[in-house]
Design a protein around this ligand. Structure first.
Ligand code: HPA
Ligand code: ZN
Length: 326
């Protein structure tokens, strides 16, 4: 398919990627062996076979369990390096990646080991492959706002190496309003903020993220389609959505890729981008997401060019680098 080939070759940015979600089964077993811990699966095939999810929570249970093999700076370096090699192969020129400090500090892994390992791989990929990057510290929304505030305190000595703030984990019952104060504090520190909203949660959660958290982008946001007023606002204000098609199908937000609303939203004038979310768990990196959308939705050449451009325009790059990539 020539449109799929074009999509793969275009320079792109990825704006919605959880580094913990890039842990491939092969690396999980290698890290388990490194630390002398056992995984509750016989082998790589058995672990991969467990990646059969019914909703967001069923995925998160495995995602947090998998993170248990990530313990040292070297582990986070290896994880991030492996992701960046895939990013390079997919012609990504810029990445903005989430990390979830609470998943690790809760287990006794030092903040510095996590951030240091991730950044060492990012700096190396910038030198070797010219991939620029931003690092987004994400709060787990199933935990309390007090927990998030404590994490922000812990992050204070590292804030010069953190580019923004995100909000992820179990959405239902944990609306953006729960984090209004900690996000206000982050904004006062000059940090741009984003939040997952409207993946499983209702359009009202997207409105709360915009009005109460003052996010620059919405992660997922696909349920915006249920509110015409919100759709109009997304178009008028050109608020980017970081959509993750393979993730949405794997977590049963849509029964099938042919049902995905991405093309409809793009046609409506929403600033949609394509991202991989947790590629080790959802069956593919950025190019695989593009290919799946081209094949199932019939995206045109003009549409894939628009989606690739959107990814650069919706990034937090300065205008010089942005213009160089466009
Ligand atoms: N949604 C919410 N939390 C997450 C996700 C997601 O898609 N991936 C990793 N943490
Ligand atoms: Zn996500």
């Amino acid at each position: 398919n020539p449109v799929a080939n074009l999509a793969c070759l275009l320079p792109k940015a990825e704006l919605h990627l959880h580094i913990e979600g890039t842990l491939e089964p092969e690396l999980a077993f290698r890290l388990a062996a490194r630390h002398g811990v056992s995984l509750p699966y016989a082998d790589v095939e058995a672990l991969r076979a467990a990646y059969d999810f019914s909703d967001l929570q069923s995925f998160l249970d495995l995602y947090y369990a998998g993170a248990n093999v990530l313990r040292t700076e070297a582990d986070f370096y290896d994880l991030t390096h492996a992701y960046l090699a895939r990013a390079h192969a997919d012609n990504l020129r810029h990445v903005e990646i989430f990390f979830d400090p609470q998943t690790h500090t809760e287990r006794g892994v030092a903040f510095e080991e996590v951030l240091g390992g991730i950044r060492r791989a990012l700096l190396e990929a910038e030198r070797e492959w010219g991939i620029s990057f931003k690092v987004i510290m994400s709060f787990l929304r199933h935990l309390s706002e007090a927990d998030a505030l404590a994490t922000l305190e812990e992050a204070r000595p590292h804030l010069h190496r953190i580019d923004g703030i995100g909000l992820d984990s179990s959405e239902m019952g944990h609306p953006p309003s729960k984090f209004a104060r900690v996000f206000a504090e982050c904004r006062e520190l000059g940090l741009p903020v984003v939040a997952h909203a409207g993946e499983e949660g209702p359009p009202e959660y997207i409105e709360e993220a915009l009005d109460l958290l003052r996010v620059k982008r919405i992660d997922h946001g696909v349920r915006a389609l249920e509110s015409e007023a919100l759709m109009q606002r997304l178009v008028d204000e050109q608020i980017p959505l970081t959509v993750c098609p393979l993730s949405n199908v794997k977590l049963k937000v849509y029964d099938d890729m042919s049902m995905h609303s991405l093309r409809k939203m793009l046609a409506r004038g929403v600033k949609v981008t394509i991202n991989s979310d947790d590629p080790a768990y959802f069956g593919g990196y950025v190019n695989a997401n593009f290919v799946a959308c081209v094949e199932s939705l019939g995206l045109t050449e003009a549409e894939v060019i628009k989606l690739a451009r959107n990814s650069i325009e919706a990034s937090w790059l300065d205008s010089a680098r942005r213009d160089a990539l466009l």
